[in-house]
Ligand binder design. Sequence first.
Ligand code: AMP
Length: 433
Amino acid sequence: MPFSSLGLHPLVLKSVQEAGYTEPTPIQSAAIPEIIAGHDLIGIAQTGTGKTAAFTLPMLTKLSASILDGQLRGTKALVLAPTRELALQIDENVRAYGRNLPLRVATIYGGVGERPQIEALRSGTNLIIACPGRLLDLMGRGFANFSGLQYLVLDEADRMLDMGFIPSIRQIVRLLPRQRQTLLFSASLSRDIEKLTHEFLRSPKMVQIGRRADPAQTVTQLVYEVPNHLKSELLLHLLRDSSMNMVLVFSRMKHSADRIARNLEQRGVKTATLHSNRSQAQRLRALKDFKSGAVRVLVATDIAARGIDVDGISHVVNYDFPMHPEDYVHRIGRTGRANAIGDAISFVTPEDHSDLRALERFIGRGIVRKKAEGFNYAAPTTPRTHNQATQQRPHQSQQGHSSHRRSSQGGGGGGGGGGGPRRGGFRNRFGSR
Ligand code: AMP
């Protein structure tokens, strides 16, 4: 089904084309017509499936007549998201999808000065994306006027629940008009989420893409068994493969994230870190450098990585095995986003074996064990040259907001395993089952 048959406004369609999207993802095909028809909606979809466009495109379509008439006054849409990184990504996407409409958008989150946010709320910015804590604080002090609000989106509702935001969300929703359209997105439909939908939504339609706990289909998963003390050498060894051009490394603890990054930097691999001890400015900088290719590796902890939407991540490396199977699913969902292809590599030490088996039961399949070719498991010495490892990413193209961005990096990879289409390329296996 093409985008043109979904009932979107021509100026919204234009920005979709400009973003380089050729066809809607399953969640978009299913959700957009329901939202345009005015229904409340529960969207169950894994991370990276195109949810943001699924709710933004129809909202913009429905607001477009009054936007173009110059009649749009005040805040019409509120999107609640669990983390500031996610809020900023939604902001970026909304601006791209709304680039052909004179729409005012602002994002509200903690950890930064509140003046511009107060100003945005006071001046009736049309679409607000917000993290619940800061928004509630500003609402409590009388800075927001949501009396004309028409759309409420609860994005990543399951994560907001996990992070304890539900009491704040309840208070926020109590202050919104009852007559509104509410859209709730979640990666899973637990009993708690169901309870929320009864509380906030009216006769909702439900669209469900994919099954719970099923890692993205486009990700190739591998396990490397390695003793703890050889992990950093193994990572450097793997990084000799130039197809590992945009690598997200997960560590359990903040201090180990710093240590891994320091080690990589010392060995000539450009690296940034993302964890909650870093300031907001440092976190934004790290993401920006990773996206632009100024650094090849981003080392992150689980909380900091929630909601990262960076196109073209070639590999996720679980340097430390995740504590919970849900974290694994979430981590590997950072690659293979939209239709792109990615690899997820997990280092497994002897102590991790029982967790690995528990994970395999959780995801309902085994993960292939691999030995790193040419790696000396017995007596590793410091490799003398790391020519490929020290390189930055082979090349970057600058096409802006599109998942197709790195699709040209196809054939360049060296060693590595597995044939088939390379990472960053697209293959149309988008989780439609
Ligand atoms: P989301 O699930 O909204 O975080 O989107 C995941 C990624 O998919 C983002 O990088 C979007 O730019 C991209 N995307 C969304 N819709 C499409 C589409 N129809 N075709 C290709 N890429 C898309």
